[in-house]
Ligand binder design. Structure first.
Ligand code: LMR
Length: 398
């Protein structure tokens, strides 16, 4: 049987976990996988989650099945977090999923069932996980212009021009905030213009939102999604709680459907649960139950928001500090984009060879496409890390 298989290509992001762990150099720096790190380099459990878990263990009466929809208290709370507390939810249906990836996969399967001939458009570049998930469902895929590697900003006019070539009924994958891997986001006016194009051309927005609260703030990071919701007749959303609740390994996410009518949403949601059943049957309970407890208790919610805001501010200050260190080390403002961008990631502009040299010669780990996770920057050693980058990348023009 297995003699027919050829060696698998390792996932370029996940492979870094082992490479970093096995590196014996004590001054190694992990700018690889997208997990938040505190000043001591740890990925902490949120205080509010810890307390919610304590309550969960004390109060949980059964571990019987919840069914493919998962914890409905959790999904209701996530819908409010995404769409706002006063949003009209009559056309919204949601299902708990194993992480954001589970949400993406089930929604893609649903869309394939609804319209197998549709093409899904993804930004150039996008998170590498998207390609594998789309390929698994069989939907055709194309990319739309998004990031300008020279200016490090969004090529908004080119983005709109590419989307105007999409066929009615095509799907447009959008990063809700903190674009992964570039850190370059649309502003609110651009979201509004985009929503007009999506509506005029009958394109279905598919918003992947995995970093709400880590860009500009909880409300601001959902503003683009909300402005799309206000304008379009239909959309889907894949949400992840891995980063903003720190429950990475517990696999907590939600798949959300907005249909033209409540009846259509109901039918689509039932099909979505069918897809879930065939893929993984039911989502794991524990992490979503902890998130539900946090979001439904005013005290815990306040603690969570404060901790999340602290993480966000720390990343903004690391961005500023690193941009300044890069300026000092390179005598150039070339790297100012690092301070301008938002969320966990920036694309520093390194080739695969340079990424390899940074790892080999300086024990600095980043993804092969030149993506850095700013949360992994050691705040006391920013100049040392910046010097290594400038040494390997070469001095940019002053
Ligand atoms: C990342 O982009 O590093 C994270 O979302 C982790 C992952 O699954 O790739």
């Amino acid at each position: 049987m297995f003699e027919t298989l050829t060696p698998a290509q390792p996932d370029k992001i996940l492979a870094l976990i082992d490479l970093f762990r096995e590196d014996p150099r004590t001054r190694k720096v992990d700018l690889g996988i997208g997990v938040y790190k505190d000043a001591a380099g740890r990925t902490p459990v949120f205080g509010a989650i810890r307390e919610a878990e304590r309550r969960l263990l004390a109060d949980q009466e059964s571990k019987s099945y919840l069914g493919p929809v998962g914890d409905v208290g959790f999904t209701r709370a996530i819908v409010k977090l995404l769409f706002g507390p006063s949003a009209d939810t009559s056309r919204i249906r949601a299902c708990q999923t194993p992480g954001g990836m589970g949400a993406l996969r089930t929604l893609l399967q649903l869309l394939h069932r609804a319209k197998p001939e549709a093409t899904i458009w993804t930004p150039q570049p996008s998170w590498p996980g998207h390609a594998g998930l789309i390929a698994a469902t069989g939907l055709a895929t194309r990319s739309y212009a998004y990031f300008d590697a020279e200016t490090h900003d969004v090529r908004f006019d080119a983005m709109i021009a590419s989307l105007k070539t999409a066929a009615p009924g095509d799907i447009v994958l959008l990063h809700g905030c903190c674009h992964n891997p570039t850190g370059a986001d649309l502003d609110l006016a651009q979201w509004g213009e985009l929503a007009d194009v999506l509506t005029d051309r009958a394109l279905l927005p598919f918003i992947d939102i995995a970093y709400q609260g880590l860009g500009e703030g909880l409300e601001q990071d959902a503003a683009g999604l909300r402005s799309v919701f206000a304008q379009v007749p239909e959309m889907v959303v894949a949400a992840s709680c891995s980063k903003n609740f720190g429950v990475y390994r517990d696999r907590v996410g939600a798949a959300v459907i907005v249909g033209r009518t409540s009846g259509q949403s109901e039918i689509a949601a039932a099909q979505l649960l069918g897809a879930a059943r065939s893929l993984y049957s039911m989502p794991p309970d524990h992490g979503a139950a902890a998130v539900r407890i946090v979001l439904s208790d005013a005290g815990l919610r306040g603690d969570w928001e404060a901790e999340l805001e602290g993480m966000r501010r720390r990343m903004v200050s690391l961005r500023l500090g690193f941009a300044e260190a890069l300026q000092r080390q390179s005598n150039s403002t070339h790297f100012a984009f690092v301070a301008r961008q938002r969320g966990m990631f920036s694309r520093i502009g390194a080739t695969a060879d340079q990424v390899y040299r940074l790892r080999k010669e300086h024990a600095i780990y980043l993804v092969e496409d030149g993506r850095i996770n700013v949360a992994g920057l050691p705040e006391q050693r920013l100049d040392e890390v910046a010097r290594a980058f400038v040494t390997v990348l070469g001095k940019p023009p002053a």
